[in-house]
Design a protein around this ligand. Sequence first.
Ligand SMILES: NC(=O)c1ccc[n+]([C@@H]2O[C@H](COP(=O)([O-])OP(=O)(O)OC[C@H]3O[C@@H](n4cnc5c(N)ncnc54)[C@H](O)[C@@H]3O)[C@@H](O)[C@H]2O)c1
Length: 411
Amino acid sequence: MLGLGYVGLPLAAEATRCGLTVTGYDPDRAVVRDLNAGRSHLPHVSSADVAAMLRGRFQATADEAATGSPAAIVMCVPTPLTADHRPDLAAVRSAAEMSARRLKPGALVVLESTTYPGTTDEVVRPLLEQKSGLSAGTDFSLAYSPERLDPGNADFGIRNTPKVVGGVTPSCTAAAAMFYGKICDQVVQAASAREAEMAKLLENTYRHVNIALVNEMAIFCHELGVDLWDAIRCAATKPFGFEAFYPGPGVGGHCIPIDPNYLSYKVRGLGYPFRFVELAQEVNGRMPGYVVARAAELLNRNRKPLSGSRVLLLGVTYKRDSADLRESPAASVARQLRRAGAQVAYCDPYVTEWFVDGQLVEAGGALAGAAMAADLVILLQAHSAYDIDDIGRRARLLLDTRGVATAGERL
Ligand SMILES: NC(=O)c1ccc[n+]([C@@H]2O[C@H](COP(=O)([O-])OP(=O)(O)OC[C@H]3O[C@@H](n4cnc5c(N)ncnc54)[C@H](O)[C@@H]3O)[C@@H](O)[C@H]2O)c1
């Protein structure tokens, strides 16, 4: 397993549970040291899970030589964006080069990192073949398999979520299907690696675009005096052809704000834009600013300027009941509130310290008191630990960006 982060570690845990011998390689020595000492560095994998892995046949290493020549190599390395929003495949290239050095005939290599269609065949395959002297499809197998992780989802984990695999040749697909068949209940074979790569981007783009649709609707529904959440509740009773998506303060996490850029980058190479993705990015990217504009409007109606007002942000992680702050739109809300001169504080049971632009955001302390002390409470994330009705009773003004409170004003 190359990369022991959000994707690699749970997969290593599941593979170990299935009785496989797993060596997890990660260049981050602190991660490796913690794991080998039985400590998890991730919120959704417990230290007890890591201890169970160590009791099985798992070890972590930052030493390439200790990885030997495995029967299967799975790459779960980061695919971020460069400063100018282009795909950054540096970690994929470096993991592919390392795989080439460890590659033995008959082995399987799988890329799980989210990326644009063609990466496995056009970027990973040549690196493996040139540096190992072996050929994909004859000497070794090469496939792509997207990760469908949903941290914190109690119903679906790696085992019972269908696993898509697509090889660079049909025999590579079959080899990958056989491997994942040991770990997952259901394996879905794609026509090739490209379709498997596209499936992941389709899933994320679908969410991105539908969230943008309801976000745009939320803005004009407010002007029209329509409660969009109630309209969604009614529409969702249709037993076919509709899936509910909900407005909010913007999109966050590692996938939705980043992955569609990989697809639009690939499409731009054809000489035209992927308009849906670019529009969704624009609409979702404007939501934090819209939240701040609504906050100012609400305070203004109550004869208070935003500048100098004490604003409490409730729930700052990008996802409900998660500690994950990556790309959270709450950071943009806090930044814009600060710029407008507001005194910003936050409460979040999952976040003990929160920095925005390197500057610590004041922790509001106990929620009940913090809600009463603020001129305005903005509910950004409706963690299930919150008693929303109680917050609604205590807050002088409440802006509810999640449509869950009975008091206050909805986005
Ligand atoms: N986090 C999610 O929910 C999620 C879901 C689906 C897909 N993905 C995709 O999976 C991939 C990995 O994401 P993640 O969230 O696990 O990232 P992460 O940052 O949590 O973990 C990546 C790990 O890879 C290590 N690494 C970096 N370069 C390496 C190299 N050359 N060789 C080996 N290890 C290396 C890093 O030290 C880090 O520990 C990305 O492409 C991401 O888009 C993530």
